[in-house]
Ligand binder design. Structure first.
Ligand code: GRF
Length: 217
């Protein structure tokens, strides 16, 4: 089967992007990363992408001012130009309009640093610590117009320790993110994910792949 052509959209450091690039370097990985598009020209991930020899594009949201439609037209144009099949948001800090989301329905993935539906939105680690949860984690989901609300493809859980700071917890979750995003993209690229009634049904997934418990340090 032909490998799926994947674009990764970033706004910053791009560590999830790097994890996906690394996974896709394996011969048997069902997807290839053909484009890294950044919403900011200074996104550090761009340097990493160029070093990996992957095509990059900057679609600068600031250059489009308040014209969200123009920004998304430019983004969509880049995705089409590179014949992209699937799009992964990885620390992409722009909300996408329902029109854009509809254009990529079922082909647009996001990673969120919490066990959805808990802690949607920003500052998830601060809020997890404040809530006193004992388990935290990350989720990869299909994007729907409502923020952080689409069908969940994969989740990873990590323990919260008594002495955790936002930074130590964030680092533990980030390591888990780097494991589940490549897993979730693999499942989607292999055509093993079906959405029914707002839930993802995974064909042939071994149980340990459904939830990863990543021991903390
Ligand atoms: C990650 O924690 C991701 O879950 C969130 O933003 C962060 C991006 O980090 N959406 P990076 O740019 O992938 O290093």
């Amino acid at each position: 089967m032909a490998r799926k052509r994947v674009a990764i959209l970033i706004s910053g450091r791009g560590s999830n992007m790097a994890a996906l690039i690394e996974a896709a370097a394996a011969r048997d990985y069902p997807a290839e990363i053909v484009l890294i598009a950044a919403s900011r020209p200074d996104a550090a991930g761009l340097l990493r992408a160029r070093a990996a020899g992957i095509a990059t594009a900057v679609v600068d949201h600031a250059a489009h001012g308040k014209d969200r439609a123009a920004f998304e037209r430019a983004l969509h144009g880049e995705l089409q130009r590179h014949h992209v099949d699937l799009v992964c948001l990885a620390g992409f800090m722009r909300l996408l309009t329902p029109q854009f989301v509809a254009q990529w329905d079922g082909r647009l993935l996001n990673i969120h640093p919490a066990l959805l539906p808990a802690f949607k939105g920003l500052d998830t680690h601060e809020r997890a610590l404040a809530a006193g949860v004992k388990i935290h984690g990350a989720s990869v989901h299909f994007v729907v117009p409502e923020m952080d609300s689409g069908p969940i493809i994969a989740q990873a859980a990590v323990p919260v320790h008594d002495g955790d700071s936002t930074d130590t917890l964030a680092a533990r979750v980030l390591a888990a993110e780097h494991r589940i995003y490549p897993l979730a993209l693999r499942l989607v690229a292999e055509g093993r994910v079906r959405v029914a009634g707002g839930r993802c049904l995974i064909d042939g997934a071994a149980a340990p792949n459904d939830v990863l418990i990543v021991p903390g340090r």
